[in-house]
Unconditional design. Structure first.
Length: 453
């Protein structure tokens, strides 16, 4: 917890600082309101304690400036005078508490911790209104996955920006949540899928807006950067971000400040940025579709999540994990994988990766009649259906073309996508949902394979 304390009495200021330090609270001490204003304009704090009577700039003026600037943090006032009018004015301007000198230092600490806790709970509630990701656990023991976990454990405690790469469905949000958990940051984890937010709404979603910024803006709205203050902001599918927005994101990362839509003042932010993409950003930079300077800003630490086909043995372990976690919620406790299902899962390439496997297990739990999931309960695309009929404890042969030559991974993926399109009568959203990918990713894949209606 980082607190700014402003008071013109040197002895009291020193005493407060020493007491807060003894309570493991990081306290920044300044002797007047002008210096408090300067520090608030440049740095992030969890809360502010202001003396009302100070030279150069009094506490009420600083509080009014905080409100005008749109800084969102709890402010506590203190005064030796106990003037009721000062207290009323401070509370009207947004102060959350008022202490009359002399006061018990323990009371100051108690109220500060309560105020910071309430603010973080409020941010968590706002963040929880967004769709939750998968549980914070990366299941598997393959060498490729262990390497990704090692990088997460090394990079998470640092403030560096992290770029997570990997195919769709590999669990990039799970990795981002794990980064947040290991980092020890006390703020909220806030995630946004940049490919799912309409371009005309993206700026207000990320930066918020001021009252009157546009028709219908009847109140100030905090953006995701502010909701993630003190925590982690996960920018998923950053490769889908419009170029105009790339410039603004770059400025925020560089300056650690943002401006709400319709606002004029910069708001300091302390959000750890984790970005993710399934696109080839280097190729996009070369093609002029992604800013090179932004690429280098987000690519400080790069964590590649391997596709499921590069994680031998992990698919079966993951399948059992999904059975154990999903079955109780579906009233199917005690379900297990039959040998023929294990053989099928162990041999199927899962072009949709972990997300496809999770969806397949959920469907199998719905379709299964007994206490075991069999190969016939799984629907693994057109290629999977062919193998279900012949599934056995012995792993099936590799997928091969009619001429006996094994399919390449690209061919397997193409067949799975086209089969999904056919089953869903050309409906893109339904096909994307079945494959466990986003609609935009599906459109990109269809363009790559030259699909024409």
């Amino acid at each position: 917890m980082r607190i700014l304390v402003a008071d013109d009495e040197p002895n009291l200021l020193s005493s407060i600082g020493a007491f807060l330090k003894a309570e493991a609270i990081d306290a920044v001490l300044v002797p007047d309101g002008a210096k408090a204003k300067d520090r608030l304009a440049e740095e992030s704090f969890d809360a502010v304690v202001l003396d009302i009577r100070m030279p150069l700039l009094d506490g009420i003026s600083v509080l009014r400036w905080i409100k005008d600037e749109g800084l969102v943090l709890p402010v506590m006032m203190m005064s030796a005078h106990g003037d009721v009018r000062d207290a009323v004015e401070a509370m009207r301007l947004g102060a959350i508490d008022y202490l009359v000198k002399p006061f018990d230092p323990d009371e100051l600490v108690l109220r500060l911790r309560r105020a910071v806790r309430d603010r973080r709970l409020s941010a968590d509630r706002e963040a929880s209104r967004r769709p939750a990701g998968e549980r914070v656990r990366m299941v598997g023991t393959s060498q490729a996955l262990l390497e990704a976990q090692r990088l997460i454990s090394r990079a998470a405690p640092t403030p560096s920006t992290i770029l997570i790469t990997g195919e769709s469905g590999t669990g990039k949000e799970v990795a981002a949540r794990l980064v947040h958990e290991v980092s020890g940051r006390q703020g909220a984890f806030v995630a946004v899928n940049l490919g799912a937010v309409p371009e005309n709404l993206l700026e207000s979603e990320l930066f918020g807006y001021e009252k009157g910024a546009f028709t219908g803006a009847t109140d100030r709205k905090l953006g995701l950067f502010e909701l993630a203050d003190g925590g982690t902001l996960f920018l998923d599918e950053i490769g889908e971000m419009p170029q105009a927005m790339q410039v603004k994101i770059l400025r925020v990362i560089q300056e650690r400040k943002m401006t709400r839509l319709g606002g004029t003042k910069g708001v300091p932010i302390d959000a750890r940025i984790v970005a993710a993409t399934n696109r080839d950003l280097e190729a996009m930079v070369a093609d002029g579709k992604f800013r090179e300077d932004l690429y280098y800003r987000i690519n400080v630490v790069r964590i590649r999540l391997p596709p499921l086909r590069e994680r031998p043995g992990d698919a079966v372990e993951l399948a059992q994990y999904f059975v154990d976690s999903l079955a109780p919620m579906m009233g199917r406790k005690g379900m297990t994988l039959a040998p023929d299902a294990v053989a099928l899962i162990g041999s199927y390439p899962f072009p949709g990766n972990v997300r496809e496997l999770s969806n397949a297990v959920e469907r199998a739990l719905i379709l299964a009649d007994g206490e075991q999931l069999h190969a016939t309960d799984f629907q693994l695309g057109a290629l999977g259906k062919a193998d279900v009929a012949a599934a056995s404890p012995v792993p099936p042969e590799p997928f091969v073309a009619p001429d006996g030559v094994p399919y390449t991974l690209e061919q397997v993926e193409r067949q799975a996508i086209l089969a999904a399109i056919e089953r869903n009568h050309g409906k893109r959203e339904a096909s994307a949902a079945e494959l466990g990918i986003t609609r935009r990713t599906l459109l990109n894949k269809l363009n790559e394979c030259g699909y024409m209606e």
